[in-house]
Structures are given as structure tokens and as C-alpha cells.
Write a protein that binds this ligand. Structure first.
Ligand SMILES: C[S@@+](CC[C@H](N)C(=O)[O-])C[C@H]1O[C@@H](n2cnc3c(N)ncnc32)[C@H](O)[C@@H]1O
Length: 228
């Protein structure tokens, strides 16, 4: 893993928006009736934004057993590390979407605020569920689409190939289709787990690497799609 982005584990307070998810996962054609699970949703505002539009979205993450206040407290130190890391490696990114490392931090702060404004009521209504891979607290085929953003393959140093496979099998158990983005690791290299994971998962599902309409880290332009 590149040291600029070594946080010693997956970073919960650093969330992405619905517009970003729509691009990472090419969501433009998802039917309004689809039941969607955001797996490892963390402080993404995706569930809040899509839920707010009347879509059925559940997000699951171990951090949902924490308070909003604790999650918020995580943001400042992470933002400082992220800013320093991105400033040092600026040329690894395309800046047309976010403008600058500083504006990228502002975008993340707004996303956190949107998530936090929904977290308490969303937890009460079942939108945010504490749980973790590879053993999710949902019945088989409860969802039409399961999304996993910035967890598998990105944290290739933390999770071995077997864990990637167990997590994908579990997501396929609870959903009919699974989409994962990104497929590059923390250093911006194709994940070393990808080929073995794809080969094994072909025993259980149709598996495809699909180009998506998003590029921030250079070359980070594909998702993995698995369908049963
Ligand atoms: C970098 S964040 C990504 C959050 C969100 N998906 C996004 O893209 O904005 C990674 C998230 O994965 C969660 N996570 C870590 N281990 C997990 C596991 N075993 N099962 C589910 N989520 C996990 C972390 O708590 C964290 O919220």
C-alpha cells in the first residue's frame, strides 16, 4: 500500500455522494422499484439521497453501531491525512470533476453532513443497519442490487483473496446482482486479488469487468458486475 493513504483500515467518515455512486456503478437504468443494498456504506450520502427520493435503499456497515457524533469526530483527522496524501500525489488524479484537493475535502464534508442529517431517523426506519461482511444480517435474495464502493479491492492489503471471495459470495446470497468499484488498490494498481477472485466467482455467477463513466484516479474506470 502507498504510505500516503495508509489509514490502517477502511475509512468510515470519508463518504461518496449519490452522483458519484451513479457514475461508479452506472446506475442510470436501475428501475425505480429496485431494492438496493449499499454494503460498507459508511458515511456515504447515497442511501440518504436515494432514500429521500423514495427509492428503497438499505446501507449496512459495522460503524452504524457508533453514534453520529463519533463518526463526525473521525472526519477532521482523516481529511487532514487525505489532503496531505492527495497533494503529494496530485498527478495520479484527474481534476476535472473536483477542481482541487481542497475542494474535494469540501465535497466530502458536505456528503458527511447529508449522511448525518439522515442517520438517526434512517436508523430508526431501518435504512442503516449495523453488520459486516462476510456475514450479512439479511435473508437470501432480499435485494435486487448490492453495491460495494471503496472497500473490496481498494483495501487489497487488508483483505486476502479468500476474504474477497467470501464477501462476494455473501453479497450474491443477499442480492441478485452485485457491483463493486473500484478495482484498483490503494496504490492505484490493479488489485492483485482481482484475477483469482474473478476466476473463482465464475463458478457462482456471470462475472464481467464493465467500464463506467467515472475517472478520478487515473485508469480507475471499471467496476466488477456479478449476476446470478
Ligand atoms: C472507505 S469507506 C467507503 C464508504 C462508502 N462505501 C463510500 O464509498 O463512500 C469503507 C467502509 O467499509 C466499511 N467496512 C469495513 N469492513 C467492513 C466489513 N467487513 N463489512 C462491511 N463494511 C465494512 C467501513 O466501516 C467503511 O465505512
Amino acid at each position: 500500500m502507498s504510505s500516503e493513504f495508509d489509514f490502517g483500515g477502511a475509512v468510515p467518515a470519508w463518504g461518496r455522494s449519490a452522483a458519484e455512486y451513479e457514475a461508479f456503478f452506472a446506475l442510470s437504468n436501475v428501475p425505480l422499484s429496485a431494492r438496493v443494498l449499499d454494503c460498507g456504506g459508511g458515511c456515504s450520502s447515497f442511501a440518504a439521497e436515494w432514500g429521500g427520493k423514495g427509492r428503497f435503499v438499505v446501507a449496512v456497515d459495522p460503524v452504524y453501531s457508533s453514534s453520529g457524533r463519533d463518526l463526525e469526530a473521525n472526519f477532521k483527522p482523516v481529511a487532514a491525512r487525505m489532503l496531505a496524501g492527495v497533494q503529494k500525489t496530485r498527478e495520479r488524479f484527474l481534476w476535472d470533476r473536483y477542481g482541487s484537493p481542497e475542494s474535494c475535502i469540501r465535497v466530502r464534508r458536505d456528503i458527511l453532513a447529508t449522511f448525518l442529517s439522515d442517520f438517526r431517523s434512517g436508523t430508526a426506519s431501518g435504512r442503516y443497519v449495523a453488520g459486516f461482511l462476510p456475514s450479512l444480517p439479511f435473508r437470501s435474495k432480499s435485494f435486487d442490487l448490492v453495491l460495494c464502493s471503496h472497500l473490496l479491492f481498494l483495501y487489497s492489503a487488508e483483505f486476502d483473496s479468500e476474504t474477497h471471495i467470501s464477501c462476494l459470495r455473501e453479497m450474491l446470497r443477499v442480492g441478485r446482482e452485485v457491483r463493486v468499484f473500484p478495482l484498483l488498490d490503494m496504490a492505484g494498481k490493479r488489485s492483485g486479488h482481482l484475477d483469482r477472485t474473478i476466476k473463482t466467482m465464475r463458478n457462482y455467477a456471470d462475472v464481467e469487468v464493465v467500464p463506467v463513466p467515472f475517472e478520478f484516479r487515473r485508469g480507475d474506470t471499471n467496476m466488477l458486475r456479478l449476476k446470478t
